[in-house]
Design a binder for this molecule. Structure first.
Ligand code: PDD
Length: 282
């Protein structure tokens, strides 16, 4: 497999310095972009968010949105990726360990591809989730490499036999450990507003667009654990999980443990977009 590191297309055993600020401080940002049938999906939106994330932590991205897209396309081609992802990481660079931003440091930019099939079975059957305290930092809008809170909460879910941890801060449902969270009540989709408590998910934006086109009300309000558990339907979204139904939370069924009609409608519309990518390629 070919990876991209700081301007060069190199082999996957290329090393990163132990002085990389990403390793020592988690001082960097990342993105995960989906590849369907060899084509990047919503790449522009992902790289605009990446550039925003770098700006928020005062890293000057050495590449433009279009540069990142070109690099991804080359990697996808060279590594022959049909369905998969591209992982992109930008760290502040290499410097002797010292908390404050070092001067004259050059960002390290790493991109690599993964093969990943769509989670078809889970999307059809729905997944189990747990609720857990959201004890992460207060800049969840930055797609930071610092994922310890997310990692700890995901592990808690896995140990409980579930696939996602729905995080709750001060009584309010924020987002999943690696996804955005939505409830459906009386035909309306409700999700946490975009602010520093959540990541402004690209899949969330696609869902909003699909809902708008289908005439399904999409409301950005905060809601609590009770509303979550009393919802008609619950689902999560992410680049890798797409529109993923949640049919059980903390051992309690949602919609009698079945995938509900609004989720199915969103999934159908989402699929249509992917089928369009496939047919445009053929
Ligand atoms: N995570 N919220 C969090 C905390 C996330 O980590 C993610 C995605 C999302 C959804 O964002 P998007 O729709 O843009 O993928 C929301 C990625 C996939 C990951 O860390 O692997």
């Amino acid at each position: 497999m070919v990876i991209f590191l700081n301007g060069a297309y190199v082999s996957e055993d290329t090393q990163i310095s132990y002085n990389d600020r990403g390793i020592q401080f988690g001082d960097g940002v990342y993105e995960v972009v989906r590849v369907y049938h060899g084509e990047l999906y919503t790449a522009k939106e992902h790289f605009e968010r990446l550039v925003r994330s770098t700006k928020e932590i005062a890293i000057e991205s050495p590449y433009s949105v279009q540069d990142y897209i070109d690099i991804c396309n080359r990697l996808v081609k060279e590594n022959n990726i049909d369905n998969g992802t591209v992982y992109i990481q930008v760290t502040r660079g290499d410097a002797v360990r010292n908390h404050a931003y070092p001067k004259d440091v050059k960002p390290n930019v790493l991109l690599y591809t993964n093969i990943a099939e769509r989670p078809m079975q889970d999307m059809q059957q729905g997944i189990k989730a747990i609720t857990t305290e959201d004890f992460r930092w207060l800049r969840c809008d930055i797609k930071s490499l610092n994922l310890l809170g997310n990692v700890m909460n995901k592990q808690k879910a896995v140990e409980a036999g579930a696939k996602e941890a729905i995080q709750i801060r001060d009584g309010i449902v924020t987002e999943g450990s690696s996804s955005n969270v939505f409830i459906v009540k009386d035909g309306k989709i409700i999700t946490h507003p975009v602010n520093h408590y959540i990541l402004n998910g690209i899949t969330r934006r696609v869902i909003k667009q699909i809902a708008d086109e289908a005439g399904i009300p999409f409301e950005e309000f905060t809601y609590d654990e009770k509303a979550l558990k009393n919802a008609d339907e619950v689902f999560i979204s992410s680049t890798t999980q797409e529109v993923m139904p949640v049919v059980e939370i903390d051992g309690e069924n949602i919609n009698q443990g079945k995938v509900g009609p609004i989720v199915k409608q969103l999934q159908t519309k989402f699929n249509e977009q992917i089928i369009t990518i496939q047919s445009e390629k053929a």
